[in-house]
Design a protein around this ligand. Sequence first.
Ligand SMILES: O=C(O)c1ccccc1N[C@@H]1O[C@H](COP(=O)(O)O)[C@@H](O)[C@H]1O
Length: 204
Amino acid sequence: MTKVKICGLKERQHVQAAVEIGADAIGFVFAPSKRRVTVEQAQQLVKHVPNGVLKIGVFVNPSAEELRTAVEGVPLDYVQYHGEESPEFISQQGYPAIKALSVRGAEDVQMAANYDVDYYLFDAPGTDFKGGSGHTFDWTLLEMVGIPREKLILAGGLQAENIEEAVSLVSPSMVDVSSGVETDGVKDIAKITAFIQAVKKGRA
Ligand SMILES: O=C(O)c1ccccc1N[C@@H]1O[C@H](COP(=O)(O)O)[C@@H](O)[C@H]1O
């Protein structure tokens, strides 16, 4: 059963739509991004996220204080580390953790072995920001990854049109999308619907 994370939500109506359509996780970006939200904004948005839907905060090289404020203040279920955070820093924070790795080549995939986290997220390298580029990477590089599929999250340029192929090749535990459910930089409820339905169709 592949789970779906809809990331980079900033508007109440998009959060409500994503959970109603069947998202398993909602992502809030606290890192530099056109999708960035404050802790105060996220606190308002999570009022529309029911129990059972994961609330994930996306950070890039955060300080311990920044993390504590968001994890406790929102509150968040998982921290997604999307920068160059060290294995030691992540384990010292003690939060349920997702480590994102930007994949240019096989050596980036092998970096996963250095981390002891709940999930490993593989994404394309960012352009303007560290993530959310809308670009895909070579999914076949994940064939060599020696981590269990139930700990693997696939991201990067996913959309309704390519998600079936991606899930079939990678068999991730969760898929994560941001740009692929937007039109002109704004979340698009029709695209969110098409994406979630395409993943759920593959679950049958
Ligand atoms: O979405 C962002 O703006 C973002 C900014 C900084 C770090 C991570 C970000 N999002 C993550 O990027 C990937 C892929 O997004 P896309 O579907 O290719 O647009 C995903 O893991 C988001 O959580």
